[in-house]
Design a protein around this ligand. Structure first.
Ligand SMILES: [Zn+2]
Length: 99
């Protein structure tokens, strides 16, 4: 059984193969260690701008210019990131040490 067959994500990748490349890039992201790691910050600076060219209202491909495509891709890609650790999203954050 392959639950991925005919999923909305599979459909998106069939239309825009660059999504699979971006997903692989995100999957390859590792928490580098140190004091903290913020998946949220990384998402907004690195990956969200790329995603916005692929799906949603700024998509290159007009077939992906819709909210559903954006939400499916967002969920799939964001869940591929390592979890936040010790960052602003987390209770352990200490602002004076963040710089
Ligand atoms: Zn975070």
């Amino acid at each position: 059984m392959n639950a991925d067959v005919d999923s909305p994500w599979t459909d998106l990748v069939a239309i825009e193969p660059e999504l699979a490349r971006l997903h692989a890039e995100i999957e390859g992201t590792v928490d580098p260690g140190g004091r903290a790691f913020c998946a949220e910050a990384l998402w907004h600076t690195e990956f969200k701008p790329k995603l916005m060219w692929l799906v949603g209202f700024r998509a290159q491909n007009h077939r992906l210019r819709n909210r559903m495509a954006y939400e499916v891709a967002l969920e799939r890609l964001y869940s591929a990131l390592p979890p936040c650790r010790g960052c602003a999203c987390c209770a352990t954050y200490t602002p004076e040490e963040a710089a």
